[in-house]
Design a protein around this ligand. Structure first.
Ligand code: C5P
Length: 231
């Protein structure tokens, strides 16, 4: 394999967890640390790509040598992603995007008041950025590789890979990197264990080890997919 398989290419990576404000001091967030996305950005950089990191809330600093765009909410991430995707060869959506946001954001801190009922938070759906990126790419017949992530838990109705295969069909991205999440697994940890599913139908591929190892495997797989499309 070439030493810098992504040389000359632009790769956009989203990482971390979005935060959806309730009022000036409170938000709904999630446990994403950003570690896997940061490892992917570093691996893409090491593979020779020009890298843009769309950074939602992260517990770790961004890697050196990549352009960083900081975002807070899913809607901000959507804007940044649509903009960055316009000139990217590869887009990797590793961010944990909130599926819902509070319907109303209070301009002032929500107060507890003895004479008022306890507040109720109504939520509205956030757009599915990954799905939208695929739709835009397909409408323009662009040659762009789009990679999604999925954190799945198995249950009585189906196993992790069944759910993941259904998600890959629904999202229609090219690769889906599937995490099997259980209690205390994955979030914030330094290691990860994933299965990479491909829409082109090739065999599911397992990768595990440090998040750096997993990132290297994902970048290898992306390089392989690209060289299949553009020989
Ligand atoms: O549907 P689910 O949230 O499991 O899908 C996860 C994948 O979709 C991740 O790649 C995530 O970054 C992306 N996503 C998105 N926009 C959302 C929710 C998830 O792009 N609103």
């Amino acid at each position: 394999a070439p030493l810098r398989p992504l040389a000359g290419l632009t790769v956009t990576v989203s990482a971390g967890g979005t935060r959806e404000p309730l009022d000036p001091v409170r938000f709904l967030g999630n446990r994403s640390s950003g570690k896997q996305g940061v490892a992917l950005a570093a691996a893409a950089r090491d593979a020779g790509a020009k890298v843009r990191l769309l950074a939602a809330h992260m517990d770790v600093p961004p890697p050196a040598g990549v352009d960083v765009v900081t975002v807070e909410t899913a809607l901000e991430l959507r804007e940044a992603a649509l903009h960055a995707a316009a000139d990217s060869d590869v887009v990797i959506m590793a961010a944990a995007v909130a599926d819902f946001r509070p319907a109303d954001v209070s301009g002032t801190k929500i107060k507890k008041r003895d004479d008022a009922a306890d507040p109720v938070i109504s939520l509205v759906r956030n757009p599915d950025i990954l799905r939208e990126l695929v739709e835009i790419r397909d409408a323009a017949s662009r040659n762009q590789l789009i990679v999604g992530f999925a954190a799945e838990t198995g249950d009585a109705d189906g196993d992790v890979l069944e759910y993941a295969a259904a998600k890959l069909r629904r999202k229609a991205c090219d690769l889906l990197v599937v995490n099997h999440v259980g209690q205390d697994k994955v979030f914030g940890q330094d290691s990860n264990s994933v299965v990479i599913l491909s829409r082109s139908g090739s065999e599911p591929q397992e990768a595990s080890g440090s998040k750096t190892d997993v990132a290297a495997a994902v970048i290898d797989r992306i390089s392989a997919e690209l060289s299949r499309v553009v020989p």
